[in-house]
Write a protein that binds this ligand. Structure first.
Ligand code: F0G
Length: 345
């Protein structure tokens, strides 16, 4: 990592679980591993890049950092800025940030501003502040963020015993992570640590899919989606800043991009939770929904070795989780009442 090793700001991010999922894998006819990024300190993959980004901010001697965010970047930035002792400003799209992420950003002491607009508009305003020298921007346009996030690629290779999987599938929003993981695996390939490269497969929500649309056109530029909409608020983004890098990752790796509907996302979120015990937020479940769709339509071959990156923890978005379930049954506190509702016990 491109930082002064004696002054690293860290919360011991990375080293996340890599879980073989036989039940789901067998159902789909593939060899499936899940990289559980929700196990990072603030519950998402953002911590990897934030450690490097905040360490750099300290080296540069800045006193104020900021970001626009659909939630997770702001939660992560707030925590790492607190650890470093920096002033932290986060700009969020009003009413569209999941509760757990909002709680984290506020609780770690960031100055939290809601703008009446979507993420793309929030990013535009904070970028102007950064260009005026008012703060150091820690969105994934910041190259040091991506340097940290490429460690997901390093770890997947390590987790597999110094091999590349056939394919890495992940959700795509602002398009930094797919670019970063591709950079990581490519660096290992160029260093001769591995002999093959994975096909990078980016999944977007149907209502916020500028990257998939560009891939369908075979283009290197995107047409922004004016009013992106999806239950997966983390990836509710119409004009991803790292679009070009992401498209290169997809084309250069002979990869794919596919969309999934909100219903498919919510179904896959529950399927993963109930068949494998892995709780993820809706955006992360897009990778599973995408895998299912690509297997069904024959784009993914039977027997492929696949790593799905699940990017954020279930508890990031408790409202969506609760809404997907029946309410608990209320009973009096005695055995008879319990027996009446717990049939067969
Ligand atoms: N999954 C989760 C849980 C996310 O929070 C994000 C992005 C992504 C996937 C997409 O990653 O942007 O690198 O393509 N969240 C950003 C944020 C935008 O502000 O927290 P990407």
């Amino acid at each position: 990592m491109p930082v002064d090793e004696s002054r690293i700001i860290s919360l011991q991010e990375g080293g996340t679980p890599f879980i073989k999922c036989n039940k789901l894998g067998d159902q789909l006819g593939v060899k499936l591993y899940i990289k559980v990024e929700g196990s990072n300190p603030t519950g998402s993959f953002k911590d990897r890049g934030m450690s490097v980004g905040i360490t750099k901010a300290m080296e540069l001697g800045v006193n104020t950092v900021g970001c626009a965010s659909t939630g997770n970047t702001s939660a992560s930035l707030a925590a790492y800025a607190a650890r470093a002792g920096l002033r932290c400003i986060v700009i969020l799209p009003s009413g569209k940030v999941a509760l757990g992420k909002l709680a984290q950003a506020m609780f770690h002491g960031a100055e939290v501003i809601s703008v009446e607009g979507n993420f793309d508009e929030a990013l535009e305003v904070i970028t102007s502040l950064a260009l005026d020298g008012k703060l150091y921007l820690l969105n994934s346009v910041n190259p040091f963020r991506l340097e940290g996030q490429k460690s997901i690629g390093f770890e997947i290779v390590d987790d597999l015993g110094w091999r590349s999987p056939d394919r890495i599938i992940l959700p795509v929003g602002n398009a930094g992570n797919i670019s970063a993981i591709w950079k990581g695996v490519r660096e290992f390939y160029e260093a001769d640590f591995i002999n093959d490269l994975p096909r990078m497969t980016g999944i977007q929500a149907e209502g916020a899919a500028p990257i998939t649309n560009a891939v369908r056109r075979g283009a290197y530029d995107i047409i922004p989606v004016e009013n992106p909409e999806t239950v997966a608020t983390a990836i509710r983004i119409g004009a991803p800043v790292s679009a070009l890098k992401a498209l290169r990752a997809i084309y250069d790796s002979d990869g794919l991009s596919e969309t999934v509907t909100d219903d498919e996302i919510l179904y896959s979120q529950k399927l993963l939770a109930r068949s494998e015990g892995i709780g993820v937020e809706p955006a992360s479940a897009a990778s599973i929904a995408g895998l299912r769709k690509l297997v069904e339509n024959g784009e993914i071959d039977k027997g492929e070795e696949i790593v799905c990156v699940v990017t954020g923890h279930l508890l990031k978005d408790p409202n969506t989780a609760i809404n997907a379930c029946k309410e608990p049954i209320n009973v009096e506190a005695n055995v008879e009442a319990l027996s009446r509702v717990l049939k067969g016990l």
